[in-house]
Design a binder for this molecule. Structure first.
Ligand SMILES: Nc1nc2c(c(=O)[nH]1)N[C@H]1C(S)=C(S)[C@@H](COP(=O)(O)O)O[C@H]1N2
Ligand SMILES: [Mo]
Length: 578
């Protein structure tokens, strides 16, 4: 690839070891399928299978019906229902019906949610465990759909990922988090824009009065409506103009609590944003944010189920007339549009996974176009927050594909005495640096959180040479725009592991070539003799077992041209601070 001046130094020899990659998600190139288990929740020391929710829920429903019918016979409860019939007397009547924009947004919301939820479950399946604390120590999870972490054998975070059926996850194949994230984030953006427009339109018309309770009477009315529903004598319905207390509260929570909480806790899982928020990012750490994100997802799923059932059983024709035709009349006007809308959602549901597997590269590029630039912007949010010694995680998940070569074994045998880091490409002074040379350079220590794309995190103290000092030594030319890190190890699908960073990342104060982890030389598992730490990016960009660094003007001619091994082979983006 020629530089503007036309002088291009020859590539680092390892460039020849990079492999191209398929533009489809090929099962033959992928981690072999691995089934998870039925989700379990830990209560104390016991793991409870979530399927218990089915018989328990059914029993609770029957008991609730019996209890509600019994209660409604009591004079005091009768009096309560007379006083609070479900809809607050003071509730204003919304006389503009269901305007076209509200109906369109309701449909878009339903369509977007299908993508968001399914891609979200796929992301979760890449590290199928949830924790309350920042560390991801095996055994401290409170939710999992994977067996306990095996002891007595080497088990990486990738080994831990599970396969989902393609009708559930997008796209279903094991460890397809790269593709799932493009769907999740791109549709999130559309969903958020739809939500902002919805808020704006709600409050610039009278429609907000449907959703926002105006008096405390909403609570006794919600209780009353709940009792009436449970007794199977449904409360009086005035859905065309106003909602009862229970509807109002659930819609309010969904629109004004669950949605913003989901967005905030989603963003807090990213290194750039978590680091930028300092104190907040430490308290609302990645795992807590991830668990809360999951709880708000659970709310959405339960809401959608309950809402769907209520639409069906409280008068399907009238309800669909309202939301799909905007009419109150007892016609069938809304039924056909409703069926059409559900067909569109169903078709999208059916096709999205096969499409994503077949056109994986397209999904990656389309995702980069829609949200890649927002991710890139976050790189400029410099992390300032460092942690304390006592925050260091007792367990740090290993990840990636270990080096398997005679060359590497020989380096391990001689304690890396013969290791030489080549630094070259578009630089004034190419270098070959031994470990001793690197140790003789200015040393920096940092205690930071590692954010793996798969969802786990861990805190460690890293010691090494800041990249800015390497830059001073080799002096990249003005044309150098990227630094390519080549590993001593191959990637999972053959071909050398590598990754590309923009120069901005190289000048960052927290970008170091680490030769120490928690006060010891970096172990072989974690990237000996030297691994990159670039704290505002996701973990996969921090190449372990670094063999060479090459400064280039462009990376289109390296590997499959996407800017790194996982970018080429797993469809990640090359700028991933989110
Ligand atoms: N050479 C190489 N470097 C790599 C990987 C790999 O597979 N090969 N995996 C990456 C990923 S996905 C992560 S999360 C981190 C894991 O670092 P750790 O094993 O120290 O936790 O290394 C990154 N660097
Ligand atoms: Mo990772």
């Amino acid at each position: 690839m020629a530089s503007p001046s036309g002088v291009t130094p020859p590539h680092e020899p390892l460039a020849a070891k990079l492999s191209t990659a398929d533009d489809r998600g090929l099962l033959s190139h992928w981690l072999p399928p691995q089934q998870g288990i039925v989700p379990r929740i830990r209560v104390g020391t016991r793991w409870i299978n979530v399927l218990w929710a089915l018989p328990l829920g059914a029993a609770a429903l029957v008991l609730a019906i019996a209890a509600a019918q019994g209660l409604l016979d009591l004079p005091a409860v009768k009096a309560l229902v007379v006083r609070y019939p479900g809809i607050a007397q003071a509730a204003p009547s919304v006389d503009s019906g269901f305007p076209w924009w509200l109906r369109a947004q309701h449909f878009l919301n339903m369509l977007f949610m299908m993508f968001i939820i399914r891609a979200g479950i796929q992301i979760l399946a890449d590290h199928p465990r949830l924790y309350w604390t920042r560390d991801c120590t095996p055994g401290t999870d409170w939710f999992r759909f994977q067996k306990p972490v095996p002891t007595g054998r080497f088990w990486t975070a990738k080994d831990d990922s599970v396969t989902l059926p393609g009708w559930l996850g997008i796209p279903g194949l094991r460890h397809t988090i790269g593709l799932a994230r493009w769907w999740h984030f791109s549709v999130n953006l559309l969903w958020t824009l739809n939500g902002i427009a919805f808020y704006a339109l709600l409050f610039s018309t009278d429609q907000w009065q449907r959703l926002v309770p105006l008096t405390w009477a909403v609570f006794p009315n919600a209780l009353s409506a709940g009792l009436q529903y449970a007794s199977l004598n449904f409360p009086m319905d005035q859905g065309w103009t106003r909602y009862n207390g229970l509807q109002q509260l659930t819609y309010f929570i969904t629109v004004f609590v669950a949605a913003p909480v989901s967005i905030a806790t989603g963003l807090l899982q990213s290194p750039a944003i978590s680091n930028k928020l300092g104190w907040t990012g430490r308290v609302l750490n990645r795992q807590l944010a991830r668990s809360i994100h999951f709880l708000s997802f659970t709310w959405f799923v339960l809401f959608i189920l309950a809402h769907g059932i209520m639409v069906l059983v409280t008068g399907l024709r009238q309800n669909t007339n309202h939301m799909f035709a905007g009419v109150e009349a007892g016609s069938w006007a809304g039924f056909l549009p409703f069926v059409l809308a559900m067909t569109v959602v169903g078709l999208a549901w059916w096709r999205v996974s096969p499409f994503t597997i077949r056109h994986a590269r397209l999904v990656q590029h389309a995702g980069m176009l829609t949200v890649g630039w927002i991710k890139g912007l976050a790189e400029w949010w410099d992390p300032k927050s460092q942690l304390r010694e006592q925050d260091i995680s007792p367990y740090f998940w290993p990840n990636g594909t270990m080096p398997h070569s005679a060359e590497f074994d020989a380096l391990v045998l001689d304690g890396f005495a013969s290791y030489r880091l080549r630094v070259g490409g578009m630089v004034a002074q190419p270098q070959e640096l031994s470990l001793a040379d690197l140790r003789a350079m200015p040393r920096q220590e940092q205690i930071t959180t590692h954010f793996c794309i798969q969802g786990w995190s861990g805190v460690a103290k890293w010691g090494g040479v800041p990249m800015r000092h390497i830059l001073e030594l080799v002096r990249p030319t003005a044309e150098a725009r990227y630094a390519v890190f080549y590993s001593l190890a191959d990637g999972a699908d053959g071909g050398r592991y590598y990754d590309v960073h923009r120069m901005h990342n190289m000048r960052h104060e927290l970008t170091i070539l680490a030769y120490e982890m928690n006060g010891e030389p970096v172990s072989v598992i974690h990237g000996a003799p030297v691994r990159l730490r670039c704290e505002n990016e996701l973990g996969f960009k921090m190449v372990k077992w670094v063999a060479a660094i090459e400064f280039v003007h462009d990376f289109a001619d390296l590997g499959a041209g996407e800017g790194g091994y996982n970018e080429d082979h797993e469809f990640y983006g090359y700028r991933m601070p989110i």
